[in-house]
Design a protein around this ligand. Structure first.
Ligand SMILES: Nc1nc2c(ncn2[C@@H]2O[C@H](COP(=O)(O)OP(=O)(O)O)[C@@H](O)[C@H]2O)c(=O)[nH]1
Ligand SMILES: [Mg+2]
Length: 177
């Protein structure tokens, strides 16, 4: 049986829930407290598809506050981009486009057609505090040709769907090129 190895990077402004999404997926737990991700946390997840197994390395990288922080070897060779904002923070949503451009044009990822990705509206459980409507997220996702997910690391909503998509899309775009 074939095994394909791909790499996904999870990016976005600080405090949007990147580490929490990975933690929810990997160990099905959630913490209320935030600990800044210092350098990078790498983990791997395995997915079984009818055509074979996909092993996805997930790189959760800290320090995206500054442009200098983006010059990082952990971004290199990524197959899939997961971009996260916090629905309760309008500024986090407004930073997505610039971050996307920085990552795809100026940094190590070649803006080739083989880079798939998703735009993630996290903390969707905090509906009363929302500052970004779902249709705005969907619109931006369409603009950047990313798939749109509304997630909650707290409740687990759409978390496995998000990572399954990353694995399936990496395979679809890269296998047997
Ligand atoms: N209500 C709610 N809080 C969340 C969610 N995801 C993360 N948080 C909280 O947001 C804060 C930042 O999360 P963290 O994963 O460290 O963010 P990161 O800096 O993007 O990695 C923490 O206090 C989390 O408990 C979510 O889906 N819903
Ligand atoms: Mg983090």
């Amino acid at each position: 049986m074939s095994v394909q190895l791909y790499k996904a990077i999870i990016v976005g402004p600080p405090n949007v829930g990147k580490t929490s999404l990975v933690r929810r997926y990997q160990s099905d737990e959630f913490r209320e407290t935030h600990t800044a991700t210092i350098a990078a946390e790498l983990s791997a997840a395995s997915f079984e598809f009818p055509e074979g197994r996909v092993v996805l390395t997930i790189a959760d990288i800290g320090g995206q506050e500054s442009f200098a922080g983006l010059r990082h070897q952990f971004y290199q060779g990524a197959h899939h981009l997961i971009m996260v904002y916090d629905v309760t923070s309008r500024p986090s949503f407004e930073r997505i486009t610039a971050l996307y451009e920085a990552l795809t044009e100026k940094i190590c990822i070649q803006r080739e057609k083989f880079l798939g990705g998703s735009l993630v509206a996290n903390k969707s459980d905090m509906i009363d505090d929302a500052q970004v409507a779902a249709h705005e997220g969907q619109l931006l996702a369409d603009l950047l040709t990313l798939k749109f997910f509304e997630t909650s690391a707290k409740t687990g909503k759409n978390v496995s769907e998000l990572f399954h998509y990353a694995a399936a899309e990496s395979r679809r775009l890269h296998f047997s090129r």
